[in-house]
Design a protein around this ligand. Structure first.
Ligand code: GLU
Length: 308
């Protein structure tokens, strides 16, 4: 077993897992289990407005139904806010944060200003440059600020198992939203550090978040990139090329069951779609573990599931 190969799946209980989520979970499980490593489940339930307990119950049942198991107690982020507060205090103490009052519209506008284009979703640093008077004005407005890090456009390089060498510039991303909720990037870094996760497997829509997380891990003394592996796996798309969603039809385990497809058949379909099984095969979870090679796994790019 590779030291620090502990893996995890970290769903947000804001909906039913669809086949794309289930395939990501299966792959995260395979990366860990093929190395004989622990596999953890973490419930990312910080977005209290969107979280529903019934989704968590359903998600766990669906993961178990396709044959995945996990180690130890399930961790819920909602029970870990003290740790996020502590991490934020560490950043504050290092003068690595600042309050931000910008609205989405203001950020969009500032990003398209002629200073050269910013990568999609990157923050242009407006509130970092406020004069004392401007800041006092905003403080007087009563609108609560979000908290951003002052990342100084740090350049971060890392290797992804599937995407190769990556280089990213870290923007001043949000670590606490203006409604008080700790942001995904902060929570994920604190938790992966605390849980000693070394094998991060998740959808490739999060590839661009990784430099932010590595930067944060460094700032929080969590070791960051040393010994950590990343695999950003392809997403399942609908027939129209958009990310899989309810409107694409029978996309959940329950939907598939209604069509007469068992959970084992769904597992086989997911495995076949990334080259881990022949189309007519029904491999068991143990058989998939035996044939999965974390060093060589090379799935096709994001696309629809064959035959769906
Ligand atoms: N909660 C995130 C999601 O559902 C996963 C984050 C991660 O794996 O780092 O997409």
């Amino acid at each position: 077993m590779r030291a620090g190969a502990t893996g995890r799946f970290a769903p947000s209980p804001t909906g039913t897992l669809h086949l794309g989520n289930l395939r990501t979970a299966l792959l995260a499980w395979l990366y860990a289990r093929a190395q004989g490593a622990p596999f953890l489940l973490r419930i990312e339930d910080l977005d209290r407005g969107r979280v529903r307990e019934r989704y968590e119950v359903e998600q766990l049942a669906d993961l178990a139904a396709i044959g995945l198991d996990w180690d130890g107690a399930i961790v819920r982020q909602s029970a870990r806010t003290d740790h996020y507060a502590e991490a934020l205090a560490t950043l504050d103490a290092a003068a690595a944060t600042y309050p931000c009052w910008c609205t989405r519209a203001e950020i969009r506008e500032a990003s398209s200003a002629p200073h050269g284009p910013l990568p999609e979703g990157h923050y242009p640093g407006t509130c970092r440059r406020l004069t004392a008077a401007q800041r006092a004005d905003r403080e007087a407005s009563g609108r609560p600020p979000a908290i951003r890090v002052a990342a100084g456009a740090a350049a971060i390089a890392f290797r992804d198992r599937l995407h190769g060498e990556q280089h990213g510039v870290v923007d001043d991303f949000v670590v606490r939203r203006n409604d008080g909720a700790y942001a995904y990037n902060l929570a994920v870094v604190v938790d992966d550090g605390a849980q000693d996760v070394g094998e991060v497997v998740r959808g490739d829509d999060l590839l661009d978040s990784t430099p932010r997380q590595l930067w944060l891990a460094d700032r929080l003394g969590l070791g960051g990139r040393d010994g950590m592996s990343f695999a950003h796996v392809p997403l399942v798309l609908g027939g129209d090329g958009a990310r899989l969603a309810k409107r694409h039809g029978a996309v959940t385990l329950a939907d598939r069951a209604e069509q007469g497809e068992s959970a084992g058949e769904v597992r086989a379909r997911l495995a076949a779609s990334v080259g881990l099984a022949a189309p007519d095969e029904r491999p068991s979870p143990a058989e998939l573990v035996a044939r999965f090679d974390p060093e060589r796994f090379a799935p096709p790019p994001s696309g629809p599931l064959p035959g769906l």
